[in-house]
Design a protein around this ligand. Structure first.
Ligand code: SF4
Length: 610
């Protein structure tokens, strides 16, 4: 909200919406009597000093009626929007809680409704439910609902894949509870932002319905009704129709501008850490790991992420990264890699809880910083690159503008300076024609180019730490290689530390200096990349390596895979979590093996490591 007034759209939106709200409050008590006063001596007059917008067929002052009609117009628009939003959110959430067949039916219905012209849907509903304000409100509500349903479905689907939702599912939490406790709270913000824009649309829609004679009926009147009444005289006394038309246009534009500005203010660049997210709470440091490392860019000790119900996807993780070092964090899906990255960036979604014995970035303990300073440090020193660049880039904004925002928000740069720097950064990550690309929207760029743009966004500041979470998974092999080369180049040039997260141990082996292997929320092995091929000591690391094809692999046979599946966070017991899949498991493995030194710069957590 603090950033809104900085944009012309934000200022215009706030001013217009404030004026409309004031008008709705003071309009009827001040001008109500004038709006209803019948004067047969001034019937159907044009604009004059006494009646700036003329009079109607009963001699009533049009200007007073326009000012009074604001309250009804805005109230009906608000009602229609709330009805549409509530119906849409329920429709959008239903597929997540219904059985598969019913869910498909709901999704198909929503898709069909989205494709149906909104005004026709509104008119049809209004005719069925009866002419008048009630029918018009229901009609516009029904027309708005599919858009909200589609938005809710899309947002819910994006949250549904999160580790914490998977964990809740594994724990047997009901679908309804997952939707209400885990999904809806995390998608509330864009839905609320959409409400503002929908309000502008509803206002215009209702005016249109009244204008068509399907909305508010006499003696009540809203702006659409006044427009309808004045239309017949538009060529003789245009002011009669102009007044309500201007009011409708200003209100519609005001709500849309405010909605756009709110959406713009709420869209966070990829390098910005979250505000209202759980932050690391200092806890106990594991014995033997309590020596601070003054030179490390990132130092994490005993990091734990928990969710309600005792689900703990990350358990006591410790790692550190030196300047210029690339550390690979590898493991199967659900091992807690991505949550580790989110916890470092302060992005673990509600209701997750982060505890850490130590969480230091550039020598500063994040847990001890005041909120604003913590955000500033994360915003300027940490760059995050996610798997899907589209989720890091706002599809509604131009690429250059999004990059520039990092410099204006975090570095206080002017708009011109920020824009010049954005183009420079795009060029730095080898995006051809950076000036033109900066003026394009994300969907106009290829997948590889989008990922480069996200990396460029990270470079708008002076990142000391880059966290790349599966940044190449969605890209083809050639582009994958280019992005990996770029990450190495950026690390070498800037001296930043990089945490590279991947499920692909081959890619990690190619790019990184050191490898940290995670299994079921814990680090099970940490070793220099040079030892990966022949020096890995943990059976899980060896199994990951063995499942990679090489030149000697018999192509006629299926690729080797690790039998069984990784336990969910709720299933992890007190012993070694890998025991069910391990060929070397013994009775001793019922006790959890500690992570202990195993040669130089090599740690392993296995009783049978050899
Ligand atoms: S501790 Fe036991 S079960 Fe776990 S990896 Fe080692 S041998 Fe296998």
């Amino acid at each position: 909200m603090r950033r809104l007034p900085r944009t012309p759209a934000g200022i215009a939106g706030i001013v217009l919406v404030t004026l409309m709200v004031i008008l709705a409050i003071i309009g009827p008590p001040i001008w109500g009597a004038g709006a209803e006063r019948i004067d047969s001596t001034v019937i159907l007059q044009g604009a004059s000093a006494a009646h700036p917008l003329g009079t109607d067929n009963l001699g009533r002052d049009i200007l007073a009626r326009v000012l009074v009609a604001g309250r009804l117009s805005l109230t009906l628009a608000l009602l229609a929007t709330l009805i549409g939003a509530a119906a849409g959110v329920v429709l959008g959430a239903l597929p997540s809680v219904l059985p598969r067949r019913a869910a498909r039916l709901v999704t198909g219905t929503v898709n069909a409704l989205v494709a149906f012209p909104g005004l026709l849907l509104a008119m049809f509903t209004a005719v069925v439910t009866g002419l008048g304000a009630r029918g018009a409100v229901l009609g516009i509500g029904v027309a708005i609902a599919p858009g909200f349903a589609r938005l809710t479905q899309t947002l819910a689907a994006s949250v549904a894949g999160a580790d914490y939702v998977s964990a809740a599912r594994m724990l047997g939490v009901s679908r309804r509870r997952i939707m209400t406790s885990h999904v809806l709270p995390n998608i509330a913000e864009p839905l609320i932002l959409n409400l503002t824009q929908a309000l502008g649309g509803a206002l215009l829609g209702l005016a249109g319905m009244s204008f068509l004679g399907l909305g508010v009926q006499p003696p009540s009147f809203d702006w659409g009704r006044l427009l309808f009444d004045g239309l017949g005289r538009i060529y003789v006394t245009p002011a009669v129709a102009l007044g309500p038309a201007v009011a409708v246009a200003f209100a519609g534009i005001g709500f849309n501008l405010l909605g756009d500005a709110l959406a713009h203010a709420a869209s966070r660049p990829a390098v910005t850490a979250g505000k209202d997210v759980p932050r690391a709470v200092p806890g106990s440091v594991e014995p033997g790991l309590d020596e601070p490392e003054p030179d490390a860019v990132l130092e994490v000790r005993d990091l734990t992420v928990t969710f309600p119900g005792g689900v703990t996807p990350v358990r006591g993780l410790s790692l550190s990264i030196a300047p210029g070092e690339i550390v690979g964090l590898v493991g199967e899906s659900g091992s807690g890699k991505s949550l580790t990255a989110l916890a470092i960036g302060g992005l673990v979604p509600h209701p997750g809880r982060v505890n850490a014995g130590r969480l230091r970035l550039c020598g500063t303990d994040l847990g001890e910083l005041p909120e604003q300073e913590r955000r500033r440090l994360l915003g300027t020193s940490l760059a995050m690159v996610f798997q899907d660049p589209m989720s890091s880039l706002n599809p509604a904004l131009k690429v250059g503008g999004q990059l520039a925002e990092v410099a204006t928000v975090h570095q206080g740069a002017s708009r011109t300076e920020a824009r010049t720097r954005a183009v420079d950064r795009l060029e730095h990550v080898h995006i051809p024609e950076p000036d033109r690309r900066a003026r394009q929207h994300p969907h106009e760029l290829s997948g590889g180019m989008r990922q480069r743009a996200v990396i460029a966004m990270g470079l708008m500041g002076t990142p000391r730490l880059i966290i790349a979470d599966e940044p190449t998974t969605a890209l083809d092999v050639t582009v994958q290689r280019q992005i990996l080369r770029l990450l190495r180049e950026v690390t070498d040039e800037t001296g930043a530390a990089t945490l590279f997260i991947s499920h692909d141990i081959a890619v990690v082996g190619e790019l990184c200096h050191r490898v940290v292997v995670m299994y079921a929320g814990r680090v099970v092995e940490e070793l220099p990349v040079g030892e990966l091929a022949s020096g890995a000591a943990h059976p899980y690391t060896r199994a990951l390596i063995a499942s990679l094809p090489d030149m000697d692999t018999d192509r006629s046979l299926p690729l080797a895979s690790i039998p069984g599946r990784q336990p969910s966070p709720a299933e992890v017991g007190g012993g070694c979590a890998f025991a069910d899949r391990c060929e070397l498991a013994t009775d001793r493995c019922a006790e959890r093996p500690p992570l202990i030194p195993y040669g130089k710069a090599h740690l392993v957590a296995c009783w049978e490591a050899s």
